[in-house]
Structures are given as structure tokens and as C-alpha cells.
Write a protein that binds this ligand. Structure first.
Ligand code: SF4
Length: 124
């Protein structure tokens, strides 16, 4: 049923959502979701009790593949695919120390969790 509804909306110009301006879109999102932080590789819903969080997401410590607040869209896909390619290449560098190679594989596993999900979604 849902695919039929989405198809109908996408194919009917009067029903299809129109984005007039990206800044308007951001302003509307900011009104509706004041805690939403738009990022380059994911969006953060920053949904946690105020007493348990800071004033803004700690982007340097962000774990997009593991966090329930993380939202990844199709627009983020090229960044994740590029990071997967970089990490795959780095994991094959001959001079890498064993601990560093292990860290690269750990990060690669996280990134592949996202790229595989994006691939699966693309097939659906
Ligand atoms: S880990 Fe990332 S997505 Fe999750 S709350 Fe922190 S900044 Fe937001």
C-alpha cells in the first residue's frame, strides 16, 4: 500500500512536495525539529534528555553507524562510499602497523554498515 501512495505522490505534480529554496527548507526543518543538526555525512536528531547532553552534538566523537539519533540520507551516500574506498585502500598499505590496520578495519566495518544499508535501500 505504502509504495502505491508514494508512487502516486511522486507522479502527481500537484501532490509532489516542492522545495522552493534550500534555505527555506532548512528554516522549516529548524522550526519543526529545533534539535536537528544538519551535517555533511549525517543529520543528528540530538534527541536526549537535556540534563544528559551538552548544548550541541560533539561532531568529533560522532558515531553515525551506531547512534539512534543519526539520520543518513541518499544525499550522504557519496561521502560514505568515498570513505569506504579510502579505508579499503588504506587497509592494504604494506607499511601499516598491526594496531593501525586493526583500527582501519574497525572503522571500515562501521562504514560498511552504512554503505550496505544504502545499497539495500537502493534495491528496495
Ligand atoms: S553520535 Fe552523532 S548522531 Fe549521535 S547524538 Fe552524537 S552527534 Fe548526534
Amino acid at each position: 500500500m505504502l509504495p502505491l501512495v508514494i508512487d502516486t505522490i511522486n507522479n502527481n505534480p500537484q501532490l509532489r512536495a516542492q522545495i522552493a529554496d534550500e534555505r527555506d527548507e532548512e528554516a522549516l526543518l529548524a522550526d519543526e525539529f529545533p534539535n536537528l543538526h544538519l551535517g555533511t555525512i549525517n543529520h543528528c536528531m540530538f534527541d536526549a534528555p537535556v540534563a544528559q547532553r551538552g548544548l550541541a552534538p560533539l561532531l568529533g566523537a560522532c558515531q553515525p553507524a551506531k547512534c539512534r539519533n543519526s539520520t543518513i540520507t541518499r544525499a550522504h551516500a557519496p561521502y560514505w562510499v568515498a570513505e569506504e574506498d579510502d579505508l579499503t585502500a588504506r587497509s592494504k598499505e604494506p607499511g601499516l602497523s598491526p594496531p593501525r590496520r586493526e583500527a582501519v578495519f574497525t572503522r571500515l566495518t562501521d562504514v560498511q554498515r552504512i554503505t550496505r544499508a544504502l545499497e539495500e535501500e537502493g534495491r528496495a
